[in-house]
Structures are given as structure tokens and as C-alpha cells.
Design a protein around this ligand. Structure first.
Ligand SMILES: Nc1ncnc2c1ncn2[C@@H]1O[C@H](COP(=O)(O)OP(=O)(O)OP(=O)(O)O)[C@@H](O)[C@H]1O
Length: 239
């Protein structure tokens, strides 16, 4: 049984079909990479999975049960953690306080447990030295790490990452990739939307390419990237 399954999920804004009958399945322990041009509907797909947006039609099943009617905080407590494309920390709180808050409110943990979670997540994300700094004072790399750390602190079984490598230098992206590889090796299931293709290829087991709200291609990363349609639509290359 897949950990997550989407069955013919649809979402329109007015006449714009942003998610046009997307079906996918993600197995436990797998990392699915999602690519697609700007406006293809990638973030909307995450919003549909996390419950920030309700689908017009279709079904979303997580851990064997339909979650369509659950609100975002209920989906989070059920084990779906996400990062946002634009990092959304509480800027005046310290890094540590942000993580405790995520563990308490997102993960439903009591304070003592949340403190332990926050300490563990600081180590896993390379943020230990920044624990007492206000989140608003972090570098871009550390803000990205904090976005990842906040999602991890909710105790997810499925982690949704939205363009976590965007805007980073090559070296910074490589550091983040190492951290994500370690998280993956720990067995966490991930879906990662990313435009930085080489970073995605270093972690993803499988790729799904979205275009105009539909699945254009899906499969093993190297095979998907070699498909003429993908090269033409996504990379602007001639087939
Ligand atoms: N709340 C909304 N109301 C109206 N249109 C929306 C809304 N949310 C998204 N859209 C539109 O849906 C389309 C898909 O948006 P989405 O953010 O899912 O794309 P994306 O693939 O994540 O793009 P990017 O790579 O630029 O982040 C876009 O045309 C966007 O303008």
C-alpha cells in the first residue's frame, strides 16, 4: 500500500485548470521529485496534499485513509509536514523557539517532548550553532534549513519540500543535498519540488514532471530527463 495516493485530483481557479486530473502514488521510504515550468501547478499540488487548498474532485489517501475532509492542522498531526517556497519562520523568535513551536502546534507534542525534538532536529539540519539566534537574522541557507527543520519538528512520516534549494549557491545547495540525503537514509518519505535539477537528481528515486496541471512524464530520473517532451517543455531544449 502506498503511503500517499492521489486519485484524479482536480483544482480550478475560475477557468484555469491548475490541477487537471493528477494521480500519483508514493511508497514509504521513497523520494519523489517534482519538476515543471513556472505555473505548472506544483505548489498547488502541495497545497492540496497539505490541505491548504481543497480539491474540487478526486481523492487523497494517506496511510490508507482518505484525508480529503481533514483540515491542514489535522493533516499535519496525521504525519504530513511541509516547507514553504517562501520561508515562513517567526522572525522575532529564536531558531530553537521556532522548532519548539512547530513540535507543539504542528506535531501535538507536550513541551518537554518538544524541547527534545527541537534539540534533535537542530543536529539533523546543521543549525545547532544558530539555536539562540532570532530566525529573522539568519542567512538564506540557514533560513532554508530552518524551513526544513520546522517541517521535521512536526514529526512527519511524509515530508513535502517546496523549492528548498532555490536561490542558494552551488556550495550551499550541495550542503543542503547532503542533509537531505541523510534524512532520506533515515527512512523518511519525501516529495520534493525543485527547479535546481542537479540537486533533485542527487536525492530523488523517481521524478514526476507537471505541465499545465497534468502529468507530462513520470519514472526513473535519468529516463524522465532524457524524454524529448520533457527536454522541450521543461528545459527549453530541442527534442
Ligand atoms: N489562489 C489562487 N488563485 C488564482 N490562481 C492561482 C491561485 N493559486 C495558484 N494560482 C495559479 O495557478 C497556477 C499554478 O500555480 P502554482 O503556484 O501551483 O504553480 P507552480 O508550478 O508552483 O509555479 P512556480 O514554479 O512558479 O512556483 C498559476 O497560474 C497561478 O497563478
Amino acid at each position: 500500500m502506498p503511503l500517499l495516493e492521489l486519485q484524479s485530483v482536480r483544482k480550478s481557479y475560475g477557468a484555469l485548470k491548475v490541477t487537471d486530473g493528477v494521480s500519483l502514488a508514493v511508497e514509504a521510504g521513497e523520494t519523489l521529485g517534482i519538476l515543471g515550468p513556472n505555473g505548472a501547478g506544483k505548489t498547488t499540488l502541495f497545497n492540496l496534499i497539505s490541505g491548504d487548498v481543497r480539491a474540487d474532485a478526486g481523492r487523497i489517501v494517506f496511510g490508507g485513509r482518505p484525508i480529503d475532509r481533514l483540515r491542514p492542522h489535522q493533516r499535519c498531526r496525521a504525519g504530513i509536514g511541509r516547507s514553504y517556497q517562501v520561508p515562513q519562520p517567526f522572525g522575532a523568535m529564536t531558531v530553537f523557539e521556532n522548532l519548539v513551536t512547530a513540535a507543539c502546534y504542528g506535531g501535538g507534542q507536550r513541551e518537554a517532548e518538544a524541547w527534545e525534538t527541537a534539540h534533535a532536529v537542530l543536529q539533523r539540519t546543521g543549525l545547532a550553532a544558530q539555536a539562540n539566534r532570532p530566525a529573522g537574522a539568519l542567512t538564506l541557507l540557514d533560513r532554508k534549513r530552518l524551513e526544513l527543520a520546522r517541517a521535521l519538528a512536526t514529526g512527519p512520516t511524509l515530508l513535502l519540500l517546496d523549492e528548498i534549494a532555490g536561490g542558494l549557491t552551488e556550495r550551499e545547495a550541495a550542503l543542503l543535498v547532503e542533509e537531505l540525503q541523510a534524512i532520506k537514509a533515515g527512512g523518511l518519505t519525501m516529495i520534493w519540488i525543485e527547479h535546481v535539477v542537479h540537486a533533485l537528481l542527487a536525492v530523488a528515486d523517481r521524478l514526476l514532471v507537471l505541465n499545465f496541471g497534468q502529468t507530462l512524464a513520470e519514472g526513473r530520473p535519468r529516463e524522465v530527463m532524457a524524454q524529448p517532451e520533457v527536454r522541450r517543455v521543461y528545459m527549453g531544449l530541442e527534442a
